[in-house]
Design a protein around this ligand. Structure first.
Ligand code: FES
Length: 140
């Protein structure tokens, strides 16, 4: 493969931004409730279970951190997601972290923090409150 073709291909799939800042995630209204007894939410009946819900800027992941604690984050990569539509984090097989497919930043679902860069910014959090019975409300 000619060298210049390889350089062109490589340039198209990685972050083209400097490593010192994050573009962040635009603010959008978030306000929904999940019934854990609904079949679509069955994953949330166990600790380390998660579901991805339509909403937020690039969908919202809701994660059961402990028996009584839930977290929620926007799936838009805080590093360059606001300008790169491919930068939507995806759940890893370990079930407690998500990775951006653009250049590999990995985030912890227990608090949104960065496990592996280049992102220096955490996932955008939303407030997840559990009624202790079967409903998780997510707002910003
Ligand atoms: S856009 Fe580069 S890590 Fe997400």
């Amino acid at each position: 493969m000619p060298v210049f073709v390889f350089i062109l291909l490589a340039a198209g799939t990685s972050c083209r931004k400097d490593s010192t800042t994050c573009n962040g995630v635009p603010n959008v209204a978030v306000n929904f409730a999940l019934d854990l007894n609904q079949p679509t939410n069955v994953n949330l009946q166990i600790v380390e279970g998660s579901v991805i819900v339509t909403g937020g800027y690039d969908n919202v992941v809701v994660y059961r951190y402990t028996t009584s604690q839930f977290t929620a984050f926007d799936c838009c990569c805080p590093y360059d997601g606001a300008t790169n539509s491919k930068a939507v984090v995806q759940l890893n097989s370990n079930k407690f972290s998500m990775t951006c497919p653009v250049c590999g930043s990995t985030f912890n679902l227990s608090d949104g923090s960065v496990i592996k860069g280049p992102s220096k910014c955490s996932l955008k959090p939303y407030v997840a409150s559990f009624d202790g019975v079967s409903t998780v409300s997510v707002t910003n």
